[in-house]
Design a binder for this molecule. Structure first.
Ligand code: NAD
Ligand code: WQD
Length: 361
């Protein structure tokens, strides 16, 4: 593990998650990250509307969220590019703030299908902004990504690091951030936060929610989990000759529930702060691919078979956050450990009903 100051991840300070109860629409609300945010928000007493076209999720997730929270989250099946329907949903549900997660997120696919990525992510966001403006809703939290930093020029990465993009997915995030900055500059009534996620991982402690990608996983953690369950035979480590302590890539993995709580803190901040704001959501600690394998083996008591493959094009040796701004300004810091990420993922995978395509229970 590489950290900025050598301290472990468990450095959480007390989160003040109390606040006003609001009516919040989550675009992409039945997706991996949106579903965990929905739980956090519903348990805080907010009214949550999940707005999703189900292109990469299932309506059963709304049932799992409601089972966890005993709250009535409303699920609306819709596409963010359908401006009229989105606007009527904002109005009928009396929405006061939006967390915008909906979008396509696979880097490789974005290189093959850039039009889909710009249409879904950029055009979808324009449609959302038009609907929000028409309804005079001007509080927005956007799911951005550390991908907007491009090739790291220094580590750890703070919010002042130059932005750039190396693929259409990353460029769509950057375009959206720039659009949102222009929108906030044009009208002081907007309150916008761009949250730049590092590497989300882990699952809900009930094992009802987690990440179960259809087809071959792009990301490391679900791939490791699928080797541990025996669904896949072997993990290919993409390069062991990087300039890192064990030669494998270093990343800043953040528990999805810490990430979800970061959204709650960002929303609370936006209530009293107008303008455009960017925050890193990461831990500041970095783990190597090899450390991830070892940690998952310990949490699952399973062997994770691996071989060493060539480097993946576009990968960097190391990428991790300076999360100080989120701590100082939002009062947020990640508190869950790598073991929490691995054990919750393992628990979720063991509970997943492959035949039904959803978590059991
Ligand atoms: P996800 O695919 O699980 O969730 C996205 C949801 O958006 C899905 O449920 C999908 O059905 C929905 N969606 C897609 N296009 C839509 C549209 N046009 N209209 C309505 N719904 C639509 O992905 P996730 O991992 O939960 O990511 C959520 C957001 O966070 C994305 O914007 C992603 O780019 C961003 N992000 C994710 C990661 C990561 O590693 N998971 C890292 C950084 C940023
Ligand atoms: C992590 C490490 C790989 C798979 C990507 C997107 C980024 C963001 C998060 C959305 C790297 C290694 C991986 C495998 C491996 N998404 N690896 N074998 O590349 O940091 O970021 O997801 O915004 O935009 O680019 O995450 O999980 O793909 O890889 O060795 O089968 O694991 O080389 O070192 P990454 P990742």
């Amino acid at each position: 593990m590489i950290g900025r100051n050598g301290i472990g991840i468990g450095i959480g300070i007390g989160h003040n998650l109390d606040g006003l109860s609001m009516k919040i629409l989550l675009t992409g609300g039945t997706g991996y990250i949106g579903s965990h945010i929905a739980v956090v928000f519903a348990q805080m007493g907010h009214s949550v509307v999940l707005y999703d076209n189900l292109s990469n999720s299932s309506a059963s997730v709304a049932g799992q969220i409601n089972a966890i929270t005993d709250e009535k989250c409303v699920f609306v099946r819709g596409d963010i590019r359908d401006t009229a329907f989105l606007q009527s949903t904002l109005r009928s549900q009396q929405i006061e703030a939006v967390v915008h997660l909906a979008g396509l997120k696979a880097v490789g696919e974005s290189v093959e299908k850039p039009i889909d990525y710009y249409a879904n992510n950029v055009q979808g966001t324009i449609s959302l902004l038009e609907a929000m403006e028409a309804e005079r809703i001007k509080t927005l939290v956007f799911s951005s990504s550390a991908t907007v930093y491009g090739q790291p020029q220094y580590l750890p990465i703070d919010e002042n690091h130059p932005t750039s993009a190396t693929n259409p997915y990353g460029r769509s995030k950057l375009h959206i951030e720039e659009m949102l900055s222009d929108v906030a500059a044009s009208d002081g009534g907007w309150h916008i936060a761009c949250l730049r996620y590092f590497n989300p991982a882990g699952a809900h402690e009930t094992a009802r929610l987690g990440e179960r990608p259809a087809g071959k996983p792009n990301n490391l953690m679900p791939f490791i989990a699928q080797v541990a369950t025996g669904e896949r035979t072997v993990l290919s480590i993409f390069g062991d000759d990087y300039e890192t302590p064990d030669g494998t890539g270093l990343r800043d993995y953040i528990h999805v529930m810490d990430l979800a709580e970061g959204h709650a803190m960002a929303l609370q901040f936006l209530i009293s702060n107008a303008g455009w704001h960017a925050f890193n959501l990461g831990t500041g600690q970095a783990y190597s691919v090899m450390e991830m394998i070892k940690s998952f083996e310990k949490a699952s008591c399973q062997k994770v078979a691996f071989n060493v493959a060539p480097r993946r094009p576009g990968d960097v040796a190391a990428c991790f956050a300076n999360p100080d701004k989120a701590m100082l300004v939002l009062g947020w810091t990640a508190s869950r450990t790598l073991d929490d990420m691995c054990s919750s993922t393992w628990h979720f995978y063991q509970s997943f009903d492959n035949a039904a395509g959803k978590a059991k229970g």
